[in-house]
Design a protein around this ligand. Structure first.
Ligand code: GAP
Length: 440
């Protein structure tokens, strides 16, 4: 089975990701995040927010609405040909494909003849108010950053900021993708983490390189190997309609290299157009009274795409089992070696046996002590080895085992996911020891 299929299966089986509306036979290109998926997603978002807002000076947050006045999308260029894919339809099986995915001039599914390419706009339409006429037509945002641009002066003035400054935002975006594919890689509803860096035009090149490197480092800090990352300079003809310069950060997925983040120099495209379309001056006034439109360096990453990259990187299979201390050869074991800060469950609490009430009682006490401090799970079903493996498969960092000796010496055993090393510690020291080990 190929890695992507194994990851899809793990995600469904262990509560990370489910196809949306499954009981109604699903809906193309939309997914639901289960209990572990939502933790992983939140941990990724937390890591990104901390990187932006705690590590850097002069970056503030924003949570703009998904629905905006439709003029926003006229000004941004998203209603014109710039935000459209070329679509080809197979005359035999009627499947539709993006033109840039077609290698030969035949349908990749059935070999049938293909239609001429047609432009297809990716905006998702919706209606505001009770009357579905043109006056109430608007769109679900296809990128979060436009909410940042139209609030640029609100943020600048209310926070008394000076350029250079960043505005960071996480939120849902929607695109009517022709061909959603590769699980959560290309979907119709997804989340973006976008940071817009407003700077003096003369500093734009310097900041572009700075942010490109910062963003590459973020992935390696979170466990992605350098050889699985690359930064591709996009030639003019392939750039987004707003970009003067574009570098795509790509990850080496099991299905090939794929973009996980875009770094764009958007120049003054957005602020100038919003000034023109709204009639409000969105330029920046310097201390000497002179004005200019700041240039914008954007870093834009999809939460789901980065999540898929982290899963790809973390997924390991160990043939014959991980333990070398016993002679018995076991089935292939799965280890999800996510970075500590990303692991959805940090600790599992395991009573050695489930038929000794004193051990169960003590294990539940330990669970109650740890639970307010860490994402924990309590697991008493099956052998201890099976429970270790169940935890390894979803990336649980530490297993805390309560055994017969615990009743006498008030100590428990901590087992490390990565080294499988074990150490015995006092229950009263457990929180501090685990905090130090997890460091989050
Ligand atoms: N504001 C700039 C912008 O939206 P983009 O390159 O179109 O740029 C940025 O998108 C990131 O958003 C991508 O690198 C990807 O991670 C994510 N993304 C875009 N379309 C997506 C889709 N259909 N499904 C999942 N993620 C998507």
């Amino acid at each position: 089975m190929d890695l992507n299929k194994k990851i899809i299966s793990l995600c469904k089986r262990r509560g990370f990701i489910f196809p949306s509306s499954e009981i109604y036979e699903g809906i193309g290109g939309v997914y639901d995040f289960g209990p572990l998926g939502v933790e992983l997603k939140n941990n990724i978002k937390k890591a990104w927010r901390e990187e932006m807002l705690l590590k850097h000076d002069n970056i503030v947050g924003l949570d703009a609405s998904i629905l905006m006045n439709p003029k926003v999308w006229e000004a941004s260029g998203h209603l014109s040909a710039g935000f459209a894919d070329e679509l080809l339809e197979c005359k035999r099986c009627h499947k539709r494909f993006k033109a840039d995915e077609i290698k030969k001039d035949k349908c990749p599914e059935c070999g049938g003849e293909l239609s001429k390419p047609k432009k297809f706009n990716l905006m998702m339409k919706t209606f505001i108010g009770p009357v579905e006429d043109k006056a109430s037509l608007t769109y679900l945002r296809p990128e979060t950053c436009q909410g940042i641009y139209i609030n640029f002066l609100n943020v600048l003035n209310s926070m008394r900021l000076k350029i250079p400054l960043g505005i960071a935002q996480i939120g849902k975006s929607f695109r009517n993708e022709i061909n959603p594919k590769n699980f959560i890689f290309r979907t119709r509803e997804f989340e973006q983490m976008e940071m817009q860096w407003f700077c003096n035009p003369q500093d734009a090149d310097k900041y572009f390189d700075y942010w490109k490197n910062e963003r590459l480092n973020w992935y390696t800090k979170l466990g992605i190997k350098e050889e699985n990352l690359r930064a591709i300079e996009i030639p003019k003809k392939d750039r987004a309609h707003y970009a003067q310069r574009q570098v795509d950060i790509e990850y080496h997925f099991s299905f090939g290299w794929g973009e996980i983040e875009g770094i764009h120099n958007r120049g003054d495209w957005d602020l100038k157009n919003h000034s023109k379309y709204s009639g409000k001056d969105l330029s920046y006034t310097q201390e000497d009274g002179s004005k200019y439109y700041p240039y914008i360096i954007e870093t834009s990453v999809g939460v789901e795409r980065s999540l898929l990259a982290f899963l790809n990187e973390a997924y390991q299979e160990v043939k014959g089992g991980r333990t070398t201390t016993t002679k018995s050869i076991k089935e292939t074991e799965v280890l999800l070696k996510l970075a500590k800060c990303l692991a959805p469950i940090k600790i599992s609490i395991l009573p050695l046996v489930k038929n000794k009430p004193e051990i169960i009682k003590r294990a539940k006490e330990v669970y109650r002590i740890l639970k307010p401090n860490f994402m924990c799970q309590y697991d008493e079903v099956a052998s201890i080895g099976k429970r270790y493996r169940r935890g390894d498969e979803i990336g649980v960092l530490f297993a805390v085992t309560i055994d017969f000796d615990t009743l006498k010496d008030k100590k428990v055993t901590i087992r490390d996911r990565d080294t499988m090393g074990q150490e015995r510690v006092k229950i009263k020291d457990l929180i501090n020891i685990l905090k130090e080990k997890i460091n989050v």
